[in-house]
Design a protein around this ligand. Structure first.
Ligand code: ARG
Length: 571
C-alpha cells in the first residue's frame, strides 16, 4: 500500500541523514486535515528532540534525501517539523486500477502473521443471555474478523461460566422443583425459575442453603447423578447460546468453559506457592502485589482456606493452557469494565512466572448500555433485557420501516431485509461508541436511515447496487480511471485509507475506527454522486464513475462484513 511504500522511503532517507537512527517506528499516517496533504509524519520532531537538533533543519535534510516523486508532489515541511505528502493523481489511479483488477482491496495481508486468542462472549450456564453479553459478543467477533482479514491466525474461545457455586442451588431446584414440561418448552426460563426459587428458599431457611452446599460438594467430588444433571444443564444452555450465535453470525473455534480447567486448579495453586508468587495468609493462599502501586491494596486470593479455587485461579490455568496449546502472540479478553481489577491481577500473577515471554495480554473492556433515562438498560417492568428478545424487537422494528418504505416487496423479502437491517443496527450501535464509554440504547437512533447508523451504510450500499441495476451494468469497470472532479478524487483517496484503519482497529482493539471510516466513505460517496452524474455522463466519465461505484460497494461490503454486518441489494 502507498503509505507503506512512502514510509519505507522515509526510513531510507532518515538512515542516510542519521545512520544510527532506529527508523522502525517512524510512521506515515493520513493527514488529519486534507487541506495540508494526504499523508503526514510527525516522526522527525521526536528524532530531532532526542538529538537536540533543529527539527525543521532535520526535516529539510531528510527531504533532500527523500525519493517519493513517483507517488507524491514535492514534500512540504509544516509547523514545527511535520512532513506533508500529497499524492499525485497518477499514483491514486494506479491503486484504483489494482483494486479493480482484484489485486487488493486497499489493505494488505500482514507479512508477519501473529497468533491471537480471542476470549469473548463467555456467558454463564443456566442463565439467559442478556443485553450485557451483547457487547462482548459483538466486539470480540469484530476483532476476530479484523485480525483474520489481515492474515493473522485467530483462535476464538468461549470461556463459558459452567462451574461455580450457582450449581448447588440449581441442583437442589432440579431435584425438588423441576417441571419437565416447562423444561422442554423453554429450558432457560425453567432453569432460571429453579434458581430463583431455591435462592429465595435459601434466604429464608438456612437448612436449604446447607443442602445446596452439600449438593455442590457432591458435584465437585464427582457424584454421578449430580454430574449428569449438570451436563444436561450445560447442553440445554449451549442450545440457547448456539441459537443466538447463529442469528448473530458468530462462530467459536472452541468452547472451553471454566469446568475444563477444574482438574488443573490444585496444581496451579501449588505451582504459584512453590514459585513464591502466592503465600499463605490467614489460612488462604494469596498473591500480594506490593511492588505494583495500583494493586498494592488488592491482593488476589488463589485458594480459600477451605481449599476452594476461584475465578482468578481458573484464569491462570486457562492462560497456561492457551500458551501451551496455541503459543499465541496475543490473548484478547473482551469483558465489561468491572473486571478490570481481576485481569490486572491475573496478568500480574502471570508475568511473575513468565517475565520474559513477549505474549501480549489485552483486557479489552467496555462500558454499560444505558436506557434513555441514563440508568442501566431494563425492560419496562424493570427486568434485565434478554438478548433473544432484543434481537426479535430489532427485527420487528426494522420490518415496520421496510414495510412502509417498500410495501411492494414480497413479505418474505421484507422479512429477510428486516433481519439484516435490525441486527445490523443493533451491532453497529454497539461498535460505534468508544467502547469504554457507556452508551444510551435508542431504537430510533440506531434504526434511522440518516446519520451514523448501520441502516444508513446499508442504504448507501443498496444505492450503488441500484445504479448498476438501472444502468444494466454487470461488474462495471474502468479500463482506466481518469479522476478530475474533486469529489472523485476525495472518494478515491478515502479508499486508500481502508488498510490503515483496519490495522488501527487490530492494534488498538477499537472497531469504532472502522465505523467512522465507513461513515466517511458513505459521505464521500454521497457528495460524489450528488456532483457527478454516473449513468448520464459521457463514456469516458461514465467508466471512471462506474468504477468508483464498484469500489465503493466493495469496500462498504467488506468493511461492514468485518463489523459482522450483512448487506442487502435492496432496501
Ligand atoms: N463468564 C464471565 C462473566 O460472565 C466472563 C468470562 C471472561 N473470560 C475470562 N477468561 N475470564 O462475567
Amino acid at each position: 500500500m502507498l503509505h507503506r511504500q512512502i514510509e519505507q522511503r522515509l526510513h531510507a532517507a532518515v538512515r542516510t541523514v542519521l545512520p544510527d537512527a532506529d527508523t522502525e517506528s517512524l510512521l506515515v499516517r493520513p493527514c488529519p486535515d486534507t487541506k495540508f496533504g494526504d499523508y503526514q509524519t510527525n516522526a522527525l520532531m521526536g528524532l530531532a528532540k532526542a538529538r537536540k537538533m533543529n527539527p525543521r533543519q532535520l526535516a529539510a535534510d531528510v527531504i533532500a534525501q527523500l525519493d517519493v516523486a513517483e507517488w507524491c508532489e514535492p514534500v512540504e515541511i509544516a509547523g514545527a517539523g511535520f512532513l506533508n505528502f500529497r499524492l499525485k493523481p497518477a499514483a491514486v489511479v494506479q491503486m484504483l486500477a489494482g483494486a479493480q483488477r482484484g489485486e487488493h482491496l486497499f489493505f494488505e495481508k500482514t507479512s508477519r502473521p501473529r497468533t491471537a486468542v480471542v476470549d469473548f462472549s463467555s456467558p454463564n450456564v443456566a442463565k439467559p443471555m442478556h443485553v450485557g453479553h451483547i457487547r462482548s459478543t459483538i466486539l470480540g467477533d469484530c476483532l476476530a474478523r479484523t485480525l483474520r482479514l489481515l492474515g493473522h491466525r485467530v483462535i476464538t474461545d468461549n470461556h463459558i461460566g459452567d462451574w461455580g457455586t450457582q450449581f448447588g442451588k440449581l441442583l437442589v431446584g432440579w431435584k425438588r422443583h423441576l417441571n419437565r414440561a416447562a423444561l422442554q418448552a423453554n429450558p432457560i426460563d425453567e432453569m432460571e425459575r429453579l434458581y430463583k426459587t431455591v435462592n429465595a428458599a435459601c434466604d429464608a431457611d438456612a437448612a436449604v442453603l446447607e443442602t445446596a452446599r452439600q449438593e455442590l460438594v457432591k458435584l465437585q467430588s464427582g457424584d454421578v447423578e449430580n454430574l449428569s444433571i449438570w451436563r444436561e444443564m450445560i447442553a440445554l444452555s449451549q442450545r440457547q447460546f448456539d441459537e443466538i450465535y447463529g442469528r448473530l453470525g458468530v462462530k467459536f473455534d472452541h468452547t472451553l468453559g471454566e469446568s475444563f480447567y477444574n482438574p488443573r486448579l490444585k496444581a496451579v495453586a501449588e505451582d504459584l506457592r512453590a514459585r513464591g508468587v502466592a503465600r499463605e495468609s490467614e489460612g488462604a493462599l494469596v498473591a500480594f502485589f506490593d511492588d505494583i502501586p495500583a494493586l498494592k491494596d488488592h491482593p488476589a486470593i488463589i485458594q480459600k482456606s477451605d481449599g476452594a479455587a476461584n475465578y482468578t485461579t481458573t484464569d491462570i490455568a486457562t492462560l497456561e493452557h492457551r500458551l501451551q496449546t496455541w503459543q499465541p502472540d496475543e490473548i484478547i479478553y473482551v469483558t465489561d469494565g468491572r473486571q478490570q481489577l481481576h485481569f490486572h491481577q491475573v496478568f500480574a500473577i502471570f508475568r511473575r512466572g513468565h517475565a520474559a515471554l513477549p505474549t501480549r495480554l489485552a483486557h479489552v473492556w467496555f462500558g454499560s448500555i444505558l436506557g434513555e433515562d441514563g440508568k442501566p438498560f431494563k425492560t419496562r417492568s424493570g427486568e434485565t433485557v434478554k438478548l433473544a428478545d432484543l434481537l426479535d424487537e430489532a427485527e420487528e422494528r426494522a420490518l415496520k420501516v421496510i414495510a412502509e418504505k417498500n410495501p411492494e416487496l414480497p413479505p418474505e423479502k421484507q422479512r429477510e431485509i428486516a433481519r439484516i437491517i435490525g441486527l445490523g443496527a443493533v451491532k453497529y450501535a454497539d461498535l460505534l461508541p468508544n467502547r469504554q464509554s457507556d452508551y444510551i440504547f435508542s431504537w430510533d437512533k440506531m434504526l434511522a436511515l440518516q446519520g451514523n447508523t448501520a441502516p444508513y451504510l446499508q442504504y448507501a450500499y443498496t444505492r450503488v447496487q441500484s445504479i448498476f441495476r438501472k444502468g444494466g451494468v454487470v461488474g462495471g469497470g474502468a479500463p482506466e480511471f481518469q479522476l478530475t472532479a474533486p469529489e472523485e478524487i476525495h472518494l478515491a483517496k478515502h479508499f486508500l485509507n481502508f488498510g490503515i484503519v483496519l490495522e488501527a482497529v487490530a492494534a488498538e482493539h477499537r472497531p469504532n475506527y472502522l465505523c467512522n471510516y465507513l461513515y466517511d466513505l458513505a459521505g464521500h460517496f454521497a457528495r460524489f454522486y450528488e456532483a457527478c452524474p454516473v449513468l448520464k455522463s459521457t463514456d469516458a466519465e461514465r467508466a471512471t464513475r462506474l468504477g468508483l461505484c464498484v469500489l465503493t460497494a466493495r469496500v462498504l461490503r467488506q468493511g461492514l462484513d468485518t463489523l459482522g454486518i450483512e448487506v442487502s441489494d435492496q432496501m
